[in-house]
Design a protein around this ligand. Sequence first.
Ligand SMILES: [Zn+2]
Length: 216
Amino acid sequence: MELLDIHTHHLSTEPGQAIQNVFPADFAPRPNQYYSVGYHPWYLSKDGSEDWQLLNEIIANPQVLAVGEAGLDKVTEVDYSIQHIAFERQVAMAIQVHKPLVIHCVRSYNEVVELKKALKPTNPWIIHGFRGKKELAKQLTDHGIYLSYGFKFQEEALRTTPLNMLFLETDESDLDIHLLYQQVADHLSLSVSELTERVQENISNVFFSNKSCLFK
Ligand SMILES: [Zn+2]
């Protein structure tokens, strides 16, 4: 399995090497490409008129490995209660299809943890683009929430994250994911192949738990 990058907004050159994040209206699956699909909190409508039926249909597609990114953001201008409704809706949808939830979280960690404690979801939750400090990394992973790191991160948080709860992603960056594996491996005093093996084990457990291996 060559899948290394669990969250990118770019069309990966080689299908199957990254999970490409798209909005529901832009979902036009290419052969052998993996996707995550959801409504990002920044782009929610004021009246909650997202096409939930469309999203429901899309997330049933086997090429869609995760629901998201969905989430809560206290810095964006979108009304927080509207974000809450859309987030909880996608939380429920992800649970229903037994697929991981990719979470965009800005200054809303307590809300996410409280929701997870209340719902006890059976699907994995992943905070993507995690840039928080080590205390927060510990708190989240103690609650069973996975962390995905991009090129900007706190080294101590990275080192605090259990290796079985770690993912890597390029997100909006144009840089090569292999560069990130190299940087992270250096910080963790691992070889790139050891790190790759550990992360791919996580990818297989979390994103492919109910599939044998989709494209092989
Ligand atoms: Zn993103």
